[in-house]
Ligand binder design. Structure first.
Ligand code: 2NL
Length: 344
């Protein structure tokens, strides 16, 4: 069946490109394809090998093929009888518009990542990237996460069985460690990328997601610089029609640490499902880079200070487009994907 379909397709291509300049060439075409020992008859003969339930579908296909060959013969015959080459008759009208190609749309995660990246680029941040398979040092130890830290737990981290030192990165901070180790200061980078955690998949958790982390290290970088940078970011990203608050928090890699909330964009702060009736939604974590980290990467913590922040792209995308289930991002259902901006 498959073979027969291929055979028909290849005959069709052959027929389409057949050119006759004289009547006996048109006749040769008739004999080859439509004659009593011709190829159309030959394919028709295959019908007896086709399974009973496919006969109907196949019969239609064969009939169509026969009509196609007959139409071509008529075209060749008329052209050559009028003393023309069939090549003229078959000329394509080049002025016709082309067939539109479906271009697809950008994935919402890409749209939001590009937007975040472009806002920080305007502030002078450069994009840095790094490997998704990391070693313990770059993902944990250098980041002030000692050996018995809970984040390293087998339940959270994907380990690579070949080598106990290798893991799938759990955040893009590892890229920033690599940049710090290069020893070129000042550093002003953002690191977008995919990260992995061993979570049970649900509407709110997945085994991979996307992050953008940022890092600025120079002389005299202060917490005020951090706040102002992030204020600028949220205003560019979400507009000006909401409130912002910083809450003290804890991360092993920053001291002091904070989380930034904005008043809920969905209900305007009065309380709804999205903000779990608190009126606030958390959008990122941040803080001043812990001096241990600077020293781990060979940077003099008496001379330099820095700030860092990290946000989950899925979270921001869900807020922006009111998407309620994380799994939609990776199911590739075109009914979901088509709703976003076309790629061109
Ligand atoms: C969150 C919080 C954060 C960082 C990430 C960072 C990286 C280096 C040094 C210091 Cl190399 N800090 N990253 C700092 C604070 C928070 O992420 O909730 N992310 C989704």
């Amino acid at each position: 069946m498959e073979q027969l379909l291929e055979k028909i397709a290849s005959f069709k291509t052959e027929i389409s490109s057949f050119i006759a300049t004289k009547t006996d060439e048109a006749e040769a075409f008739r004999i080859k394809y439509l004659g009593s020992k011709g190829l159309v008859k030959e394919v028709m003969g295959e019908m007896k090998h086709v399974a009973a339930d496919k006969k109907r579908e196949f019969g239609q296909l064969l009939n169509e093929f026969k009509l196609f060959a007959e139409a071509k013969y008529e075209e060749l015959k008329t052209a050559t009888e009028n003393g023309e080459s069939s090549a003229n008759a078959a000329l394509i009208d080049l002025s016709l518009p082309g067939d539109p190609m479906p271009v697809g749309s950008r994935h919402p995660i890409s749209l939001v990542r590009n937007e975040v990246v472009s806002i920080f680029q305007r502030l002078g941040f450069a994009v840095a990237e790094g490997p998704e398979i990391e070693d313990d040092w770059h993902n944990f130890t250098a980041l002030n996460m000692p050996e018995n830290h809970t984040a390293r737990d087998m339940q959270d981290t994907f380990y690579i069985s070949q080598n106990p030192d290798w893991i799938l990165r759990t955040h893009t901070s590892s890229v920033q460690v690599r940049e710090m180790e290069k020893g070129k200061l000042p550093i002003r980078i953002i690191c977008p990328g995919r990260v992995y955690r061993n979570e049970t998949i649900s509407a709110r958790a997945h085994c991979f997601f996307h992050q953008v982390e940022g890092l600025y290290i120079a002389d005299n970088v202060s917490f005020a610089d951090l706040k102002q940078t992030l204020y600028f970011f949220v205003q560019e990203m979400f507009g000006k029609d909401f409130k912002v608050r910083f809450r003290p928090s804890y991360f092993p890699f920053t001291e002091p640490s904070a989380e930034m909330d904005i008043s809920c964009l969905i209900c305007g702060g009065t309380g709804c499902n999205v903000c779990k009736h608190t009126g606030w939604v958390e959008i990122l974590g941040c803080g001043m880079v812990h001096p241990n980290l600077l020293e781990n990467c060979g940077i003099d913590s008496n001379k330099y200070t820095g700030f860092a922040f990290g946000m989950g792209i899925e979270r921001i995308t869900m807020l922006k487009y009111q998407i309620k289930d994380l799994r939609l991002f990776s199911e590739n259902d075109v009914r979901f994907l088509r709703q976003f901006t076309p790629a061109i």
